[in-house]
Design a protein around this ligand. Sequence first.
Ligand SMILES: [Fe+2]
Length: 366
Amino acid sequence: MSANRTPLGTILVADDNESARDMLEMMLRTHGYRVFSASDGPQALVLLQEQTIDLALIDVVMPGQSGFAVCRAAKDRPETRLTPIVLITGLGRVEDRIRGIEAGADDFLNKPVRKEELLARVKSLVRIKRFTDELESAETVVFTLAASIEAKDPYTEGHCDRLSRYSVALAERLGLSVEEHIALRRGGVVHDIGKVVVPERVLLKPGPLDAHERELMEAHPVIGERICAPLKSFRQVLPIIRWHHERQDGSGYPDHLKGDQIPLPARILQTVDIYDALTTDRPYRKALSSERAFAILHDEARRGWWDGALVNEFEKLLKESPEAWAEEPAVPLLGFSYSSIRRSRDCLTPSKEPREAVITRSAKNV
Ligand SMILES: [Fe+2]
């Protein structure tokens, strides 16, 4: 590679065998890649953490920390979770592949490493990493925008995170898919992103909204859906954003859906959203107790607004595991790979927001 050419990617090579390491390094450098090399696991983890690495090639057999352990550690860290890792194993060792998959490896190379196979694998994984980086940047913008809206109202601080956690805990209890857990994790955070177009005087108004203000406020689900629609990774989040203010009897907005027409994840989010709004301090009243909040939710479910079965399940969940929402979410918020989905199958998660006209009204009526 000439000195002034932009590298095709930055690769980490970790192998305790110096000649094997040098050979990989030479092949990669010759074909335009920048290379960092490590002679053991701890050094590899430091480089993964400190450098911007597009792909790591890690030998399985290293003294001290094995390639599996390095892979598992890297995939457990949020900053390196999305870095592709290729484990280099002995030819035909099926048990290595199984252990590698369990450790979160993205691919494997057999020893002895063939140049053509190495370069094809590296090229393909670096390209995927580039797409992941772009996607992650777009998602970050969306989450940052959502956080900035939440920050406008000091009374809603932490609401998104709690909502996200409550929603995933309830989704787990109901046996929803991992993909739906991820959608709720994200939906909890971004479902009110459309409020970016609602002026602060309306957003923070303590009294009832007039007709025009209500119109502005009620546009936020559709605006939010529009903002997030270009992100393919948010496809399952869009119904949550659009329909989190619908009601069972069709009196909600924007589409006046009824009953099961409202997707279950959207009903989950609205249930925990109202509960969280009722149990936190507002400018016009102190936080209500959990018992009082559920009494209101049951009453409003009987009136035909909310899904009574979900309110029951959520109440049982909080009675059985009152601190479930406080656990660290296992479903990732930013970007995810198939391996991270596999690892997230055993976990719980997160949440967000309030102070809609409806919520405000029910909270003020107590
Ligand atoms: Fe909302």
